[in-house]
Write a protein that binds this ligand. Sequence first.
Ligand SMILES: [Fe+2]
Length: 335
Amino acid sequence: MDNQSKILVIDDEPIARITIEALLSPENYKLYFAENGVEGVALAIEIMPDIILLDVMMPGINGFEVCRQIRLIPNLAEVPIILITSLDDRESRMTGLKAGADDFITKPFDIFELLVRIQNMTRLNRYRLLMEKRQEAERLNNDLIIAYDKTIEGWSRAIDLRDKKTEGHTQRATEMTIKFACAVGLDKETQVHIKRGALLHDVGKLGIPDSILLKADTLNAEEWEIMHQHPIYAYNWLYPIEYLRPAIDIPFCHHEKWDGSGYPRGLKGNEIPLAARLFAIVDVWDALISDRPYRKAMLPNQIWHYILEQSGRHFDPEIVEHFTSTFAKVSETSK
Ligand SMILES: [Fe+2]
């Protein structure tokens, strides 16, 4: 933003323009002059002033009308307008206010009063413009976040399609993980990263050949080794994407196990990031409540039994307790 505030003076009297110029020239302002209302409105549109000093009594369109016209121009609707008037009566001031003026200065000018008013108005206007720019930046940022999240949801659906996962598994597991994260007291910002991580938990499977990913039979040792690369692929793809870096824990660590028997790094206990420990239990829960080609869905009491059995093996015991207290009632009612 230019440091010099732009002041537009609209006044038909040469002596008034000369006086204002003489008063304001020593100050750090860029001055523009118009001799009538029509010229003034045109110049205002062209230069977008920080403040307008507007004479009321002018031939052609008077100051009130100029004020009304300027207020109808979107980018000038908020620009401060000071009416210069020799009419010190209440009625003309009311007309000026209704036309959209912000303040009044009475001729002949009091130099000090004029300078103070202009300084205050320009400062307020700068503040207003900064606020508008900040709001615009926030709006653009929000739009960008929405676009990012839509993109992630699209990727997530593409991953599920290729993996031929049970209909809606990723979406359900993501929603349940968010509820769980909320229940254990994680803040909103962390929940956003967890949501993105959960949606992309198996993005690394895009690097696994169909012959392994879609194989109906049990995988052999060599194939398992390739399959176990999918969290590493996810890490390598997501790490360079700055806004997804905080979401990487779930795609990278969702196959780690509490007792250290998981992959890809064999992390143990609290070495496994919390987001991945939360997701691991939800992922298994949702897989077990669904029919798979090789088995029927398990009953809720069988699933609870399995999850409790895996406490301290696959799952973090403390997280299992939280999971039980958070979702046991839900599962009771859905039996
Ligand atoms: Fe996975």
